[in-house]
Design a protein around this ligand. Structure first.
Ligand SMILES: Cc1cc2nc3c(=O)[nH]c(=O)nc-3n(C[C@H](O)[C@H](O)[C@H](O)COP(=O)(O)O)c2cc1C
Length: 436
């Protein structure tokens, strides 16, 4: 009798098999994101403000709650006896093939949750083959992050400086360091009303932490008359009380860091709002894909297309900016119903990415079925970083992608293009009113 060939699990699903076969539970000890959140809280218990900075949202947290609840309104309807033995999450974005639709959302000040901060994330992302979107509010400079990321794919997120020559300097550094796409965040021209940080007066930037893209920038530093710091690594843990004490005692280093920190905040998150007319400057000075992050309205998505940008991230910043807002998934559904947008997506002129609330593999699939072409993962990888550094980030990525690929197969599909934009075939809407 001919021997049956063993079925080799597809790329991402293999992770589950490895865990079972090796009898080695994952390094973080859990793949349940809520438990992981609890572990990160425990890990950071001596500096709870750092955990709260990551965990917290604007106002009453209602937008973040709505983001998560919105996924529950959509339920996958699995189909049977379809051959989904071979599966792939392969995705093409802006002409580049990626092994999955997942990207790491730009997240600032990672050095408050782990001593290696963004460097660890850059390594973990590269190992997991997930592109990194580096934040302008990082605790490391672009150059060392790019180096740690090595052959990994990376994009750069811009908090739009007030001064054009600083903007141009950031864009040229991004280009020189292999950041291939530019993501411009529109929803944070000033920080949201964040009670969790306001209650403890917690703002690392004010002490010069999270401004390392600036302290490594020749234009910004020359303006301040201070030599460039090409690879500054703020002390871990960041201790605001210690920094205040140093300031009070007239410590020169801390005084300079505070001056740089507040100077940088007033560049990028100054309270000065940009308008659509300003986008032209970025379009004229960035020749790679230009993506606007923070879009929630259909008319804004259409406007973005008409001013010549290449795509948008449908995002509400994880509920950290406007309290009482619509869930980002709801915005995605509306935007992807626009004929103008769908047509531009189909003929490759426009790309829709999604974030705010992605927690599981099925969340990824639901966003794709609603019409997203890629999704950004936020808080969960920060919890991975806090608990396990680079390995923690890698594990969170591999876990959510294995979950997605397995769920895709179990739902009766083999590839993402089979479900892309097919919301009513892949899912059904059940109104749970945010409860189940
Ligand atoms: C701690 C923290 C810091 C963030 N920093 C940035 C940032 O520097 N730039 C940016 O565009 N978005 C930033 N974001 C927003 C994320 O890119 C993303 O939109 C958000 O995390 C998605 O929500 P979720 O994590 O609840 O899924 C930050 C989010 C968190 C949680």
């Amino acid at each position: 009798m001919a021997e049956m060939a063993a079925i080799v699990p597809p790329k991402w699903s293999r992770y589950a098999l490895e865990i079972y076969m090796k009898r080695e539970p994952p390094v973080l000890g859990t793949l349940d994101w809520l438990k992981l959140e609890g572990k990160a809280r425990e890990k950071l218990k001596d500096y709870p403000e750092a955990f709260n900075y990551t965990f917290g949202s604007a106002g009453t947290k209602s937008t973040e709650d709505a983001n998560l609840a919105a996924f529950k309104d959509w339920k996958i309807v699995p189909r049977m006896l379809v051959d989904s033995t071979q599966r792939s999450l392969e995705t093409t974005l802006f002409g580049v093939k990626y092994p999955s639709p997942l990207l790491l959302a730009p997240i600032g000040v990672q050095g408050i949750v782990h001593p290696e901060g963004e460097l660890a994330t850059a390594r973990g992302a590269a190992k997991a083959e997930v592109p990194l979107i580096m934040s302008t509010a990082s605790t490391r400079a672009m150059e060392p992050v790019a180096k740690e990321n090595g052959d990994g794919k990376r994009w750069y997120q811009l908090y739009w400086p007030r001064t054009d020559d600083i903007t141009l300097s950031l864009l040229s550094r991004a280009k020189a360091n292999g950041f291939t796409a530019l993501v411009v965040t529109l929803d944070t021209m000033l920080l949201g009303w964040r009670p969790h940080d306001l209650d403890t007066s917690y703002l690392p930037f004010g002490h010069g932490v999270g401004v390392q893209v600036a302290t490594s920038d020749p234009v910004f530093m020359q303006r301040n008359g201070i030599p460039v710091r090409p690879d500054e690594r703020p002390e871990f843990p960041y201790d605001p009380v210690k920094a205040d004490k140093a300031l009070r005692s007239g410590d020169q280093t801390q005084m300079i860091n505070t001056k740089l920190g507040t100077g940088w905040l007033s560049e990028g998150n100054s309270g000065m709002f940009r308008t659509w007319d300003d986008v032209k400057f970025l379009r004229d000075n960035w020749d790679g894909p230009l993506i606007l992050k923070g879009i929630q309205r259909v008319t804004d998505a259409e406007k973005a297309l008409s001013v010549g940008v290449d795509g948008v991230v449908v995002s509400n910043h994880g509920g950290r900016q406007v309290d009482g807002a619509i869930p980002s998934l709801y915005a995605l559904d509306k935007i992807c119903k626009s004929d103008v947008i769908r047509e531009a997506q189909r003929d490759g002129r426009f790309t829709i990415l999604f974030d705010s609330g992605i927690r599981t593999g099925s969340d990824i699939l639901k966003a794709i079925a609603l019409g997203a072409q890629g999704v950004l993962l936020g808080r969960p990888y920060m919890y991975g970083l806090a608990c396990g550094g680079a390995e923690g980030v890698e594990q969170v990525c591999r876990g959510i992608l294995a979950d997605a690929e397995i769920t895709l197969g179990l739902a009766g599909y083999s590839r993402l293009d089979e479900i892309w934009g097919k919301r009513d075939e892949f899912m059904t809407q059940i109104n749970w009113n945010g409860k189940d």
